[in-house]
Write a protein that binds this ligand. Structure first.
Ligand SMILES: Cc1cc2nc3c(=O)[nH]c(=O)nc-3n(C[C@H](O)[C@H](O)[C@H](O)COP(=O)(O)OP(=O)(O)OC[C@H]3O[C@@H](n4cnc5c(N)ncnc54)[C@H](O)[C@@H]3O)c2cc1C
Length: 454
């Protein structure tokens, strides 16, 4: 069966497009979660027109397909956990159109986020989702995970900034949904459904994206607080005044210490840090920054630096996630979201969890959206520590749900957060999710084992 499938696939795609050697299959077996599954083969998509035939062939042979951008997913979403075919979009990377009049981009799914930003910037435009992984993550992966990033606070995630998609479902049916317009009230929102579906409903073969004008001026305020609670309380104050910052990034005391080590020059008293950024025109920006500084001023503030050059700290912030791998041999990274009003209580609970399970917990992230990357560190070789880390993660998720929060703000569910889904989803919602999956992919060949509850 597998032999017949591979032969037909090679005949369909031609030479150099299907890899079956073991080292290649191993290289495409994991993503940034470090989970692993050995695929039967790796194929490179190049044209939208050939996707229906690839899917129909896989369906006939009951071969699972794991779509893959650049495998920066942190949840195992791009891991071929049930074997089958890894379908890589890395070669399908055409920037098809930038339309400055309508402020719209049309791209193939393998375009890197950073390449789109560079092309849009040449027209004075940008696409709002800006994951820290922008230099090596694809638009297809951004859409499949509903990616965000720091400036989501003002401009929204991928879903809010996607206008139309061309896609191929699990039966091999190609369809276009949405339109080259910025406003629609015309029926079911299949674009919104496909964004965030982690490759389980359809393969995205083209995306039409809403761009925005690059603001003429940007500025930042950096505020250091004595402890996490004081910093989090300041976030609440900032969000209650009328200026919406572009980003509010948070580093708890341990994350700040690590960022300072990574950044070299940044030294200073211990504490929790907020980087608050705003944009606008040259005249209004100073007033916006003054308002933000006023809101940041309050109990526990140690230092406030307006219009700070935060470039080095952002650079260090970008390196934080990978650097944690050096701080401890094991980490569980959750990107939970809390209602803003519950953040102060949550900061206390994180401290209590760290003490209860005797493990370091570092948190940082896009706190203006209530989104925190919570990292539980442990020694992977130490069985007791590993088990404590898993229990701690479970307790963390229970607390998040009890506080009315969500399992993921931008990384998605993949494999790693599936165990918590039953508690997070209303049972009828879970049933509707499964029914939707059957409509798009009746044989369950698209990214099986991901996203959906058991
Ligand atoms: C250091 C680091 C920092 C990060 N920072 C952020 C951040 O700030 N914000 C954020 O949102 N995320 C962040 N991420 C997570 C990750 O980079 C994003 O989820 C990114 O969008 C994944 O893109 P990718 O090309 O690597 O996709 P992959 O990891 O290859 O795939 C991700 C998912 O998309 C599916 N997929 C890929 N292409 C297609 C397609 N054409 N059709 C259908 N499904 C497809 C895959 O099957 C999988 O389910 C970070 C990751 C790292 C490693």
């Amino acid at each position: 069966m597998n032999e017949a499938f591979l032969k037909a696939l090679e005949a369909l795609l031609g030479p150099g497009r299907v890899l079956t050697d073991l080292p290649d299959r191993i290289a495409y077996g994991s993503d940034n979660s470090r989970r692993f599954g050995l695929p039967l083969a790796v194929a490179f998509a190049e044209q939208a027109e050939e996707l229906p035939e690839i899917v129909q062939l896989a369906r006939r042979h009951r071969i699972p397909i794991t779509p893959r951008g650049r495998a920066t997913a942190t949840t195992g979403a791009a891991v071929p956990s049930e074997g089958g075919l890894v379908l890589s979009f890395e070669r399908m990377n055409g920037l098809l159109e930038i339309d400055p009049t309508d402020r719209i981009a049309r791209v193939a799914p393998g375009v890197l986020n950073a390449d789109l930003q560079a092309a849009a910037a040449a027209h004075g435009l940008f696409w709002p989702p800006d994951p820290t992984s922008a230099g090596y993550a694809t638009i297809g992966g951004n859409l499949a995970c509903n990616a965000g990033g720091p400036r989501t606070l003002k401009y929204g995630q991928a879903r809010l900034n996607t206008l139309a998609l061309t896609a191929v479902d699990g039966c091999g049916r190609s369809f276009r949904t949405g339109a080259h317009v910025r406003k629609r009230a015309a029926g079911y929102d299949l674009v919104g459904l496909l964004v965030g579906s982690e490759g389980t409903l359809a393969l995205i073969s083209e995306a039409t994206l809403a761009l925005r004008p690059l603001p003429p001026a940007r500025g930042a305020v950096r505020a250091l607080y004595g402890d996490a609670s004081a910093a989090v309380a300041a976030v609440v104050r900032v969000l209650r005044q009328p200026v919406t910052p572009t980003a509010i990034e948070y580093l708890d005391p341990q994350a700040l210490a690590l960022a300072r080590r990574l950044g070299g020059a940044e030294t200073g008293p211990p504490g929790a840090l907020l980087l608050v950024e705003a944009d606008g025109d040259e005249e209004e920006l100073p007033r916006a920054l003054a308002r933000l500084s006023q809101a940041l001023t309050g109990e526990g503030l140690l230092e406030l630096q307006a219009e700070a050059d935060c470039g080095r700290l952002w650079e260090a912030r970008r390196k934080l996630s990978p650097a944690l791998r050096q701080a401890a041999s094991g980490k569980i990274n959750e990107d939970v979201v809390l209602p803003i009003g519950r953040l102060v209580g949550f900061a206390h609970r994180l401290e209590a969890l760290s003490a209860e399970w005797r493990l370091p917990i570092l948190s940082f992230g896009h706190i203006g959206d209530g989104n925190l990357h919570v990292n539980i560190l442990f020694e992977a070789e130490d069985r007791d520590e590993r088990m404590r880390a898993e229990s701690c993660a479970e307790a963390l998720m229970q607390q998040v749900l009890a506080l009315g929060g969500a399992l993921s703000g931008e990384h998605g569910i993949g494999l790693s957060k599936r165990p918590f889904l039953a508690a997070a989803l209303d049972p009828m919602t879970a049933t509707l999710w499964r029914e939707l999956k059957r409509v798009f992919d009746p044989d369950g060949i698209l990214n099986p084992g991901k996203l959906l509850p058991d």
